[in-house]
Design a protein around this ligand. Structure first.
Ligand SMILES: Nc1ncnc2c1ncn2[C@@H]1O[C@H](COP(=O)(O)OP(=O)(O)O)[C@@H](O)[C@H]1O
Ligand SMILES: [Mg+2]
Length: 454
């Protein structure tokens, strides 16, 4: 930990700005220029974490955008690494929400900036994967706060095919539990822009409703809520919430990726303010028959024009065909791709939690000739059968007296499920009660392999 007055490289430490999970961020002054910056120094010696900071620096340095914290230098600080960033003087979005947030107009303006920053990262081929209020910094400006996306520590290149070094290791689940998408919880190898879209939905919900979309004391309960899409209706919490906010939140938080708003451009369209009607024109309400007829006519005309533009005007009238308006296609910004991302093995000593075991039951049935043969030994009146599925290397039950019980026939009663996942220590994975004659299937899934904060 550095102290006020310490000199590191060309900078003098002034104060601590914040603590992250893996780093301390200091306010520093450049000794020659007198300019102020933020210096992020790792507090965790693991080489994988060190590589992550290098990646974070390279990614953030290649992104130039008013809504992304810029990075200017990277150097050794004793045996750790330090990343020099633009200094953001205001609170984090997390503190802003905690302090009561702002009006819905302000929410709209700030969220629009966050969306612009994330959209720029996506256009440049980078997924953030750890978007949350604590990673959005607010820079005070003449027009109010300017939001800046920070902490690209979990950045990943988009469109990296699975099997390539850029793909995550299956099961290496990264992120912050409250803002992780269902597919991040599942440990899907390939995640795309929709994972960041999910986190943006959590952020918009929290900015508008001043409480997290998904909240629970325990990680297993949070896991259940996120993977089942259980969150309160934002309109019930904020009665004057514009419908497009609700639509954007619902579209972002869809559990199935294929049902989710596909990208930041589509989210911006859903969230955009409807254009104000020109002066003297009444805002459209439900179309009356006359307006409907005009609308149908207009749509037909538009379709006809589109068809003609694609197919070409009829040959018989080439000379009178108006030249189609030139179509301007915005070229993607030239970005120098950073070196390929190599996901490091996550330190195994930081296993903190597993998903609660999922339990399915088959009640005792009367045998009949058509019943398939039982897979396990037939349960008796005082016993049931337990089997384990999932990705645990080893799983077992522990009874009230601490005795270890393996899969197969077990006495009816209550047990704790314990499991061990590849390379990790044994962990508790929930509880199960076995009724007489019942066949219970316990599925154990590793949920967290990185020390993660709520
Ligand atoms: N550029 C910056 N300017 C001002 N404060 C910052 C800056 N970057 C980070 N911080 C502060 O430090 C905290 C942790 O930084 P962050 O990059 O999120 O670290 P971690 O990767 O460990 O989560 C932030 O929540 C914020 O309070
Ligand atoms: Mg952070």
């Amino acid at each position: 930990m550095l102290k006020t007055g310490d000199i590191v490289d060309r900078y003098t430490v002034q104060s601590v700005l914040g603590h992250g999970g893996l780093a301390v961020v200091y306010r520093v002054r450049h000794n020659a220029l007198g300019s102020f910056h933020a210096l992020k120094v790792l507090s965790h010696p693991h080489p994988g974490i060190r590589n992550r900071l290098v990646r974070e620096g390279q990614a953030q340095a290649s992104l130039r955008h008013p809504n992304i914290v810029s990075v200017t230098d990277l150097f050794a600080v004793d045996d750790a690494l330090g990343l020099v960033m633009e200094l953001v003087e205001g609170p984090t979005l997390e503190q802003w929400i905690r302090d009561g947030g702002g009006t819905l107009d302000e929410v709209e303006r700030l969220f629009g900036g966050i969306l612009d920053g994330v959209a720029h990262a996506h256009r440049s081929g980078m997924l953030h994967r750890d978007l949350k209020p604590a990673n959005i910094l607010l820079q005070p400006g003449p027009q109010g706060f300017v939001p800046k996306v920070a902490d690209f520590g979990l950045v990943r290149l988009l469109d990296v095919p699975s099997g390539n070094p850029g793909a995550s290791h299956p099961g290496a689940l990264l992120g912050t539990p409250r803002y992780m998408s269902p597919e991040q919880y599942r440990g899907d190898v390939v995640v795309d822009a929709r994972t960041d879209v999910f986190a943006l939905g959590c952020i918009l919900f929290e900015m508008a409703c001043l409480r997290p979309a998904f909240d629970a004391e325990e990680i297993p309960a949070l896991y259940h809520r996120i993977t089942r899409g259980e969150y309160p209706d934002p309109a019930s919490l904020v009665p004057d919430l514009p419908e497009r906010f609700g639509e954007a939140i619902r579209g972002c938080l869809a559990v199935k990726v294929e049902d989710r708003i596909p990208d930041t451009a589509a989210l911006a369209r859903v969230f955009a303010t409807p254009p104000a009607p020109p002066p003297g024109v009444l805002a459209p309400t439900t179309p009356g028959p006359r307006r409907l007829a005009i609308l149908v006519g207009l749509v037909f005309l538009a379709l006809l024009t589109a068809v003609l533009l694609v197919v070409g005007w009829p040959r018989s009238t080439p000379s009178v065909a108006p030249a189609p308006a030139p179509v301007v296609v915005a070229a993607p910004p030239a970005v120098e791709a950073p070196p390929p991302v190599v996901e490091d093995a996550v330190p195994v000593e930081t296993v903190v939690e597993v998903a609660p075991a999922e339990v399915t039951r088959m009640p005792a049935r009367r045998s009949s000739k058509t019943d398939p043969a039982p897979v396990q030994a037939a349960p008796t009146r005082s016993s049931g059968t337990v089997r384990f599925t999932g990705e645990a290397q080893e799983a077992w039950l522990v009874d009230g007296s601490g005795g270890r019980v393996s899969a197969g026939r077990v006495s009816a009663g209550s047990y704790t499920v314990r499991a061990r996942f590849a390379g990790g220590p044994e962990v508790a994975a929930g509880k199960v009660t076995v009724a007489p004659g019942e066949t219970v299937t316990v599925r154990c899934v590793a949920a967290f392999r990185l020390c993660s904060r709520m």
